[in-house]
Ligand binder design. Structure first.
Ligand code: HEC
Length: 149
């Protein structure tokens, strides 16, 4: 009897495993079915980088009449209130980057590790800084921006 239970248990495990492996495979992946090129990101460290180091929040957020960032509008886009006096290919608005909409893992990683290449493959204009982050720092910032609702 005991060996029957053992065999039955073994058979069930063998029977279930391929099914669960398959259901894992058919779960919709955010980008592609290929293994992710992004390491797992640390949201808290990403927030620290975005708000204290790389300063994404300063340009990409709306401000009130006194110049203070409007808390619920963080990362929804902001005007750049200054421009260099010389003619330049200068952007007067930093668009929304909350959620990094339109950037799959590959494009998001390229944006932050290869000097501010936009989702269409073109160089973003100043004053967007040309970031060359480590892969892990980029993954953290990406995880943070995607965690915002
Ligand atoms: C000094 C201001 C400034 C800072 C700091 C800044 N950005 Fe930007 N960012 C811009 C501007 C301006 C643009 C628009 C560039 C253009 O239109 O070519 C932009 C564009 C972008 C875009 C393109 C959005 C799209 O619709 O394709 C993304 C994404 C982005 N920034 C993310 C970030 C992240 C992430 C950080 C921080 C790690 C950051 N930015 C820091 C000014 C800034």
């Amino acid at each position: 009897m005991r060996s029957f239970v053992a065999i039955a248990t073994f058979a069930i495990v063998v029977a279930i495993n391929p099914v669960s492996a398959q259901s894992r495979r058919t779960t919709p992946a955010p980008a592609t079915a290929e293994p992710s090129i992004l390491p797992a990101g640390n949201v808290q460290h990403g927030r620290y980088l975005a708000e204290r180091v790389a300063m994404c929040v300063e340009c990409h957020s709306a401000r009130d009449g006194e110049g203070r960032i409007i808390e619920p509008d963080k990362y929804l886009g902001g005007n750049i209130p200054f421009a260099p006096p010389w003619p330049n290919d200068w952007a007067t608005r930093a668009p929304r980057n909350r959620g990094l909409v339109g950037y799959d893992d590959k494009a998001a990683l390229r944006l932050l590790t290869e000097g501010a290449i936009g989702r269409d493959g073109r160089q973003l204009r100043p004053p967007m800084p040309r970031f060359f982050m480590t892969t892990q720092d980029a993954a953290d910032v990406i995880a943070f921006l995607r965690s915002l609702h």
